[in-house]
Design a protein around this ligand. Structure first.
Ligand SMILES: C[S@@+](CC[C@H](N)C(=O)[O-])C[C@H]1O[C@@H](n2cnc3c(N)ncnc32)[C@H](O)[C@@H]1O
Length: 208
């Protein structure tokens, strides 16, 4: 685990060129669409939206979706997609929790894909999500099951080597969420030290 922050700006231009990343985001989006009912008048927050792979998958199903990220480079790519596709219901916002920025707004659903392991202190963020959600609003977080640090080739900016589902579920509950459950959303195969290894990604869902 690392104490520094990864600079995602340098990865932004090539982010979507990695088919494994695109497939992973697509599987996570499919899991969300399968596991919850998205209503057409929903306002959604995508925390750590990156280039918007998940944001744009959910966008056709909702009234608005706000993508928040601490990398302006990632947001620039998403902003380009928004203007190329003339999308009027996608909003982007720069916010870096590590710099003291505070998430704001009011949402029916908050989602986050593969970002939680980059957040040093998870508990305050979960509480903030709860605060931002309307009553009965849902939180859906997708991230790695415990991986022993093998998933990332560099541990720069990785504050959690995946998550123990039971412990994270307790943190959801402590933050104010009920009916917390997790399903497997995706699996990723990648070579680690010359051998193929399989990593699983959960989707944890809680209701305010
Ligand atoms: C692994 S990427 C995932 C991007 C996207 N959700 C996807 O699935 O393709 C993690 C994202 O979280 C963002 N991020 C990391 N730390 C953050 C923080 N403290 N505040 C806001 N965003 C953060 C990064 O800039 C990056 O875009």
């Amino acid at each position: 685990m690392d104490s520094g922050k990864r600079n995602f700006d340098q990865d932004a231009a090539r982010w979507d060129l990695n088919p494994a990343r695109v497939k992973l985001a697509s599987e996570i989006g499919s899991a969300i669409l399968r596991e919850i009912s998205l209503l057409p008048d929903s306002d959604v927050l995508d925390f750590g939206c990156g280039t918007g792979l998940l944001t744009l998958m959910l966008q056709p199903h909702v009234r608005s979706i706000t993508g928040v990220d601490s990398s302006q480079g990632m947001l620039d790519i998403l902003n380009r997609k928004i203007s190329e596709r003339n999308l009027t219901n996608v909003i982007t916002r720069y916010a870096d929790l590590d710099q003291g920025d505070v998430l704001s707004g009011a949402f029916h659903l908050a989602v986050s894909s593969m970002t939680l392991h980059h957040i040093r202190d998870v508990a305050p963020l979960l509480k903030r999500f709860c605060h931002l959600l309307h009553p009965s609003g849902l939180l859906c977080i997708a991230d790695l099951d415990e991986d022993g640090g093998r998933f990332h080739t560099s541990s720069e900016g990785v504050f959690h080597f995946g998550f123990d589902r039971q412990k994270l579920a307790r943190q959801f509950e402590e933050a104010g969420f009920q009916n917390v459950r997790a399903v497997q959303a995706a699996s990723v195969e990648k070579p680690v030290a010359g051998t193929m290894q399989r990593f699983t990604v959960f989707l944890m869902i809680g209701r305010k």
